[in-house]
Design a protein around this ligand. Structure first.
Ligand code: PLP
Length: 377
């Protein structure tokens, strides 16, 4: 694989001490339910291997990812993990790798299950699998209840050892009116005993992701698949079942400070003009790094412990902020694009609002080219 060049512009800091705090907070709330850490997409941009190692280090033994190669990377640093589930694509050709690294694929259809079973028989092994049910998400899995008989039939196939059953919420509405979520809960409740009867034993069950874990504790089952809350988002509200804090900061430096008069045009197409004499800071970071263009003339950065508006359009590699007059900011000063400086904070949910998106996309959108530094390990 071609190595990416580290361009030494901005960098990401991941605070492993906060990872441990978040795990402790979630586990204390869950009690006997397992925390299955969802670390797909490079652990939501935080770095797959370091996060898997840190989580294993604080006793997490259940993991979920989207791809086989991710699962193998987890196994390499978490050799004693009890369960590494691939929620997404697995192919018959992957079966020897799944067996070798003790990885559990989610089986999503009759054809998928039969193909994996045949490959497992050919490899001389028995593959532990979880059956994935579509109770309303309309994405991967056996449509409930129509396709349950075909799911049940898979329990009889040589080559497969059906050990678990799972589903995924399409939505978890506010407490007042959780109708669609209830509907999914009911479908899952009816499906599980039928599959257990077919296989002749109890199945490992998991249903909830972060939001359901916060709002629907009765859906815990054996494990909850926690992604975004582990990284400190969607779980900051006081009085909820658990609270977590963001662990990823994104920083850069001021490259140039320039003193400009009123009416000075900034950036492509001069979408901003200064209203008074002011200082502008040019910062090393741009949309190629995942700093979204939507943040131009909307977002803020922190410099010198203060919020500074991002002015003009975001360029490929540069962002400009208006410092106001006599800011005292110097080239080389640290810029916080996401994180805390002084008593100010900017987090991915704030950036997401400006971009009409969700913190998940902001976090996973930070370029892999940006160096990740791990602190508190
Ligand atoms: C990504 C994912 C999760 C984690 O969701 P969060 O909202 O980040 O907690 C859980 N289950 C499935 C199937 C997923 O794809």
């Amino acid at each position: 694989m071609a190595r990416m060049i580290n361009c030494d512009g901005s960098w990401v800091e991941v605070d492993l001490r906060v990872v441990r705090d978040n795990v402790a907070a979630i586990r204390a709330a869950l009690g006997p339910t397992q925390l299955m850490a969802v670390i797909k997409s490079d652990a939501y941009g935080h770095g797959l291997t370091p996060l898997a190692a840190a989580l294993a280090g604080c006793g997490v033994r259940h993991f979920a990812v989207a791809y086989v190669a991710e699962a193998e990377a987890v196994r390499a640093v978490a050799p004693n993990a009890e369960m590494i589930v691939v929620l997404g694509a697995t192919w018959p050709a992957d079966v020897p790798r799944l067996l070798r690294s003790r990885i559990t694929p989610a089986v999503v259809s009759q054809a998928h299950g039969e193909a994996l079973a045949a490959a497992a028989v050919a490899a001389g092994g028995e593959l532990p699998v979880h059956l994935k049910l579509d109770t309303g998400m309309g994405r991967l899995g056996f449509i409930c209840p129509d396709e349950l008989p075909t799911a049940a039939a898979l329990t009889q196939l040589p080559g497969l050892s059906v050990q678990g059953v799972c589903t995924h919420f399409a939505m978890v509405e506010p407490e007042r009116k959780p109708t669609a979520a209830r509907n999914q809960v009911e479908k899952f409740k009816q499906a599980v005993p039928m599959l257990e009867a077919a296989v002749g034993r109890r199945l490992y069950r998991h249903m909830s992701s972060s939001r359901a874990a916060l709002l629907l504790p009765e859906c815990d089952h054996d494990a909850v698949r926690i992604g975004i809350a582990l990284y400190g988002y969607s779980a900051s509200e006081a009085g909820r079942r658990f609270q977590t804090r963001p662990i990823l900061s994104w920083k850069s430096r001021v490259m140039q400070v320039k003193r400009v008069p009123a009416g000075f045009p900034v950036g492509y197409y001069s979408s901003y003009r200064t209203s008074a004499p002011t200082d502008l800071a040019v910062i090393s970071c741009g949309y190629t790094d995942g700093y979204q263009r939507h943040l131009g003339n909307r977002g803020h950065v922190l410099i010198g412990g203060q919020r500074r508006p991002v002015v003009g359009r975001v360029s490929m590699n540069w962002v400009t902020a208006d410092l106001g007059a006599n800011s005292g900011v110097q080239p080389g000063d640290e810029v916080v694009l996401m994180g805390i400086q002084g008593d100010q904070a900017i987090w991915a949910d704030e950036l997401a609002k400006h971009c009409s998106t969700i913190p998940y996309e902001i976090l996973t959108g930070i370029s892999r080219q940006i160096e990740r530094r791990y602190i508190g390990g």
